[in-house]
Design a protein around this ligand. Structure first.
Ligand code: S3P
Length: 167
């Protein structure tokens, strides 16, 4: 079976939905940020602070090269994976790419007390919206797009399961 690859802006629910999908479909759950942290024995925030974003992106692509070769996995990706077309080309070979969309207001609500996202420190709805607008064409380059704002994790999981059945 193909991988199900979850993309989408930070805090769009990729990890929660990914774990729920993995349980429902009895597939292995993989989180690219966790793999990077494990490999480098550092938190994402520390990698950004000590090595910079460019280094983080290089490590991210290395992890994508590894996981894209797997099959039958739920792969939850960091929100910036889509920015490098090479990552998406690799993931598409064995995978169906699903984009989870959440509005800037909803993302702001979800991250307001969270210090784990280096790109969203001291942010605002306006700043989130600006970054989202820039990334929009990258997120739209997917096979399935789900609007998540008013939906529970269970409902999003069911929607994805029904939509992948046509692939
Ligand atoms: C990033 C998203 C983060 C993490 C890093 C960069 C991004 O993952 O990979 O902070 O550029 O959108 P989440 O989408 O899981 O927060």
């Amino acid at each position: 079976m193909k991988n199900i690859v979850l993309t989408g802006f930070m805090a769009s629910g990729k990890s929660s939905v990914g774990k729920s999908l993995a349980l429902k479909l009895n597939m292995k759950f993989i989180d690219t940020d966790s793999l990077i942290e494990k490999k480098l024995s550092k938190k994402i925030t520390e990698i950004f602070k000590e090595n910079g974003e460019q280094y983080f992106r290089q490590q991210e692509t290395k992890v994508i090269e590894e996981v894209a070769a797997f099959t039958s996995c739920i792969i939850s990706c960091g929100g910036g994976v889509v920015l490098n077309n090479y990552n998406i080309e690799l993931l598409r070979k064995n995978g169906i790419i699903v984009n989870l969309y959440a509005s800037a207001q909803e993302v702001y609500k979800r991250i307001s007390n969270n210090k784990d996202r280096p790109l969203l420190q001291d942010t605002s709805v306006e700043k989130i919206q600006k970054l989202m607008d820039y990334r929009k064409p990258f997120y739209e380059n997917c096979d399935i797009c789900i609007e998540t704002d008013d939906l529970s994790v269970e409902k999003i999981t069911d929607l994805i399961v029904s939509k992948i059945s046509v692939f």
